[in-house]
Write a protein of this length. Structure first.
Length: 289
């Protein structure tokens, strides 16, 4: 199964949310056609396992995890040359090296941060591109540390570090709408501003009013609300605006004037009515009793 689309129609946070909520497994390919600061080769590959990011790379055949280890000089060339043949096909490289005592857990965490966290957060800067998600893909064990990051948590981290929101401007919730909590309590640790917005997730206060009460810009509140939405903590809800009727019922429905009810019916009106009914009865068809 393969799903394709444009980042202008479905933003990366929205894609990550779908993958996370559905606990999907497969390969997400983001293609920008031309090289960018985020995608030097014009493409980025993101492997997802049950809704969690396990590896990120700019190429398919030669995972960069070994290059990162070599760059840090944590293993000599002879050891690195034997890795492809000695590493079991069913174990992530980082997990295997740690188990063998060749890398420490701290080193594996550094590799995960450099290989997954940094490039994933940088991807949120993309303004345009195409994406493809393919379920029928094997996980690259030789390019995995053994650690993983939820796509929903990636949304939170990526959007927190996002400086330019131009690419997501039309995705922000309506300033006149409200927020309704989906969960009883946050599943992720929130920062100070996110926690303040969370207190208004009863679905009764508009984002504009929240901004006024917290003395924040409306745009800032919209951006924080979008973060909470893409993590699956809240949903946007419209607020019912009560507008007064242009004219009251009392002014429209006036009672009949007393003189109108007491006015007698004229003899000429009754005479004409009886003549009309008699004329109508001549034209009615006869019916058997």
């Amino acid at each position: 199964m393969c799903i394709t689309g444009s980042l202008t129609d479905f933003s990366l946070p929205e894609i990550f949310r779908l993958l996370g909520k559905g606990h999907h497994t497969g390969l997400l390919t983001v293609n920008t056609d031309a090289p960018t600061a985020v995608t030097p080769n014009g493409v980025c590959y993101i492997w997802v396992y049950r809704g969690r990011i396990v590896a990120v790379d700019s190429q398919l055949e030669y995972p960069g995890l070994i290059k990162l280890i070599a760059k840090r000089q944590w293993m000599d060339r002879s050891q690195l040359a034997q890795l492809r043949e000695s590493v079991p096909q069913d174990q992530p490289l980082g997990f295997y090296l740690q188990k063998q005592g060749l890398l420490t857990m701290q080193q594996v965490k550094w590799l995960f941060q450099a290989q997954v966290l940094r490039p994933t957060c940088a991807l949120f800067q993309l303004k345009a591109g195409r994406f493809k998600f393919n379920h029928e893909v094997k996980l690259p064990m030789s390019g995995m540390t053994g650690l993983s990051l939820s796509t929903l948590a990636a949304n939170l981290l990526g959007l927190r570090s996002l400086g330019n929101w131009n690419a997501l401007g039309d995705k922000l919730p309506d300033a006149n709408g409200g927020l309704l909590s989906i969960t009883g309590h946050p599943r992720y640790p929130l920062n100070a501003l996110e926690s303040q917005i969370w207190e208004y997730t009863s679905g009764t206060v508009s984002l504009r009013e929240i901004a006024k009460q917290l003395r924040l810009s409306v745009k800032t509140v919209q951006q924080i609300a979008f973060r909470l939405m893409t993590v699956g903590l809240v949903e946007e809800v419209p607020l019912v605006i009560h507008t007064p009727c242009p004219q009251s019922v009392d002014a429209i429905a006036t009672p009949l004037h007393p003189e109108a009810t007491d006015q007698p019916v004229s003899h000429s009106f009754l005479h004409n009515l009886m003549g009309f009914l008699a004329d109508k009865s001549k034209h009615l068809p006869l019916r058997a009793a």
